[in-house]
Design a protein around this ligand. Structure first.
Ligand SMILES: CC/C=C\C/C=C\C/C=C\C/C=C\CCCCC(=O)SCCNC(=O)CCNC(=O)[C@H](O)C(C)(C)COP(=O)(O)OP(=O)(O)OC[C@H]1O[C@@H](n2cnc3c(N)ncnc32)[C@H](O)[C@@H]1OP(=O)(O)O
Ligand SMILES: Cc1cc2nc3c(=O)[nH]c(=O)nc-3n(C[C@H](O)[C@H](O)[C@H](O)COP(=O)(O)OP(=O)(O)OC[C@H]3O[C@@H](n4cnc5c(N)ncnc54)[C@H](O)[C@@H]3O)c2cc1C
Length: 616
């Protein structure tokens, strides 16, 4: 199919090599080539062909995705893939923006076995689980409790005579609920999205399991019922850490899809007039459309950068823990908590903005933006609700203030809290990314000090830490967000500095995106900068001008920057986001193919007939 002339023209501009940026995003040329190979292994294999999942009922969707997910597992085994990124490539190429039915088995059942099973148990369960010889799920949440783990009601009473645990969900609120990939007991019913996952309920009534079913690498129960505590009790929370540490990159992936769709479509879509008689411009030439999408484009790159960094950091900490070193578990937990919370929240807001920016066609499943949205938005609740996780980060920051007062060294990701910040010169409209980073770190430091003063005063008055925290939860959450933004901007600046050395032309365009991210973040909290006397009105006016100027620099690069995400059309599955930009013809073809247009509308005639007969 010929290339849409608008997109063809967009691809003749640009100042950097798209392929080189794709290689950087993938982590090197070899990884790009391997990703292409794996995608083709799926796309050329007829077993992965099937009905357009956007036309399927919940039951049909579950069946079709289960069929495909089993094919994904077979393909992954056939190709001997064990790298998580490569396995995710095969999965994403097959799932058409859905979450597969067996996802929870791999991310929430296998991971805890890996982390908390002893060697014997690994042989018994982890090895067969990795081969899908046993299928598991993660049944923690109950009808009455999800966030407050210490409030869970399920009981495991030890029967010393039989060396067994007797499991019970003694109350209705104790019923296990939301259990992804939970079979045989019951499905909790239709949901907002996640149609490919059978989130189940599980009632336990005197279910007996052997003593050695308790994962014993951390804590264990001896034959006489004595509980031997793990060296570090918090490691039992570790199974939730793996998914949280992975979800920032998942957010980046989903936001990258949405901005690819919205930016390509905004170049194809012509609407209204700027100069009368000069034809309808591309909607991406409107400043308001750029103001919707370019900060999100910058955000997608920022989130990808920090998502890769978080996964590397977490993997290092897990290796340390496997060797018995727990000193970085707390930092890993609060980084994963803050990044998972902020990134997934801003991503679902961003996907919605992308959908709105595509007008009516964004509301059609032909765009796939609604599919991406309803499946992504769960990530702001699942694996730790947003506020719950931000409070974890906030409590850690309050401890950092005490550490600072006591001269205790801080973890590297919060070292900036011990730095002094000053800004004397007036900002013009070309503030560099390092100055923007300093400002964002300054705000986080000041906010942390400000919140800590309130919490301390409350603690003095009540002597109760939980009460003190509860009275200031709103500003504690804001404090955690401010810190997380400093972590994101630091990772982005660090990566762009590195790329500026290795590939100046790519680095330059990414530094523009980094400035857009930083300026947008500062303008979103301009009042704080005035209140803390870090910026004046003139500074804010100048960086507002800078933002609109940056949009003009990014405009000719925008399509190339989303092309660099390198989504195959069959993976993106969006008619608005097609690489060739042939939207209208394919929208019409897709609509005509809808089963709704094939059904005999007997029902229509039957009921309308009644109206006519009713002699209204
Ligand atoms: C490998 C993955 C690969 C890819 C993924 C890709 C795609 C996936 C696609 C879809 C999947 C996404 C989602 C679907 C799966 C969803 C599955 C679930 O939802 S499972 C259930 C999740 N539930 C939760 O997250 C519950 C949230 N609540 C909590 O975690 C806890 O209640 C709490 C909020 C942390 C409170 O804990 P507690 O009540 O004990 O009290 P404290 O706050 O005082 O904490 C005590 C102490 O422990 C430390 N700590 C807490 N949590 C952790 C942790 N996870 N790791 C390490 N340390 C932890 C805390 O800091 C305190 O320390 P102290 O201050 O005492 O030093
Ligand atoms: C798609 C999806 C898949 C899931 N898969 C699984 C799974 O496979 N296994 C599993 O075990 N669970 C699973 N869950 C459940 C999920 O982990 C919980 O829904 C999540 O932990 C939130 O807990 P909750 O639902 O009890 O919300 P609640 O904690 O009841 O939250 C409700 C509101 O109360 C607020 N709140 C609660 N506590 C506090 C507090 N201390 N301070 C301030 N505000 C507070 C929250 O911020 C929120 O606004 C899944 C959920 C979803 C949506």
């Amino acid at each position: 199919m010929p290339m849409n002339p608008d997109l063809e023209k967009e691809r003749q501009g640009g100042t950097f090599d798209v392929e080189q940026l794709t290689h950087i995003l993938d982590g090197g040329r070899d990884k790009t080539l391997k990703r292409h190979f794996l995608e083709q292994e799926v796309l050329k294999d007829p077993v992965f062909r099937g009905p357009d999942t956007r036309f399927l009922s919940r039951e049909e969707l579950f069946g079709e995705l289960l069929r495909k997910h089993v094919a994904v597992i077979k393909k992954t085994q056939e190709l001997s893939i064990d790298d998580i990124n490569e396995a995710s490539t095969i999965y994403s190429a097959a799932m058409n923006n859905n979450v597969g039915p067996l996802t929870l088995h791999s991310v929430a059942f296998v991971a805890p076995l890996d982390l908390m099973a002893d060697d014997e148990q690994k042989k018994k369960w982890l090895i067969p689980a990795k081969k899908y010889e046993i299928i598991g799920c993660y049944a923690q949440t109950e009808l009455g409790h999800g966030s407050f783990i210490r409030g869970l009601e399920t009981r495991a009473d030890y029967d010393v005579n039989t060396q067994q645990f007797v499991l019970n969900t003694p109350t209705e609120t104790a019923i296990k609920w939301w259990v992804g990939g939970c079979v045989a007991v019951g499905d909790i019913g239709p949901k907002f999205g996640f149609g490919g996952v059978d989130n189940g309920y599980l009632c336990l009534n005197n279910v007996r399991i052997p003593r050695d079913n308790l994962l014993a690498k951390t804590g264990k129960v001896l034959e006489d019922g004595t509980y031997v505590k793990p060296e570090n009790p918090k490691v039992v929370y570790g199974s939730m850490l793996g998914i949280r540490a992975a979800l920032p990159k998942v957010g980046a992936y989903n936001l990258s899809k949405a901005v690819t769709i919205a930016i390509r479509y905004s170049c194809v879509r012509h609407q209204s007039e700027i100069k009368p008689g000069c034809g309808e411009p591309q909607v991406l030439d409107y400043q308001t459309q750029q103001h919707k999408l370019f900060p999100l484009l910058a955000t997608a790159y920022a989130f990808h950068t920090v998502g890769v960094w978080m996964l590397d950091f977490h993997s290092t900490v897990m290796n340390e823990i496997n060797e018995g070193h727990y000193h970085r578990l707390a930092e890993d937990h609060v980084l994963a908590a803050g990044l998972k919370a902020v990134i997934n929240w801003k991503t679902h807001e961003g996907i919605e903005i992308c959908r709105f920016s595509c007008g009516g066609h964004g509301y059609s499943l032909a765009s796939s933006l609604p599919v991406i949205y309803v499946n992504h938005v769960a990530n702001s609740t699942a694996e730790g609700e947003t506020v719950i996780l931000l409070l974890q980060t906030a409590v850690y920051l309050m401890k950092c203030v005490i550490d600072l007062e006591q001269g205790t060294p801080l973890d590297p990701s919060v070292a900036y809290l011990d730095q002094s910040f000053s800004k004397s010169e007036q900002w013009c409209s070309d503030v560099d990314m390092h100055s923007l980073l300093k400002a964002i770190q300054f705000r986080s430091k000041k906010f942390t000090e400000y919140v800590s003063s309130f919490v301390k005063k409350e603690l003095m008055a009540t002597g109760n830490q939980q009460l003190a925290f509860n009275k200031h939860k709103v500003i504690l959450v804001e404090c955690a967000k401010a810190h997380t933004e400093a972590v994101i901007m630091n990772a982005f600046v660090t990566k762009v500095d590195e790329i500026l050395q290795s590939n100046p032309s790519v680095g330059k365009v990414l530094s523009l995106l980094c400035q857009i991210y930083g300026v947008t973040e500062i303008l979103a909290h301009s009042g704080d900068y005035i209140q803390y006397e870090y910026l004046r009105k003139i500074d804010l006016d100048n960086i507002q001008d800078q933002l609109f100027k940056l949009y003009t620099y990014i405009r000719p690069e925008a399509v190339l920057l989303v092309d660099a995400f390198d989504f195959h059309d069959e993976v993106l599955k969006s008619i608005l986001g097609r690489y060739d930009g042939q939207v209208y013809e394919n929208m019409f073809k897709w609509a005509k193919a809808s089963p709704f247009n094939k059904q005999d509308q007997g029902t229509f005639r039957k009921y309308i007939q009644q109206l006519k007969q009713a002699k209204l």
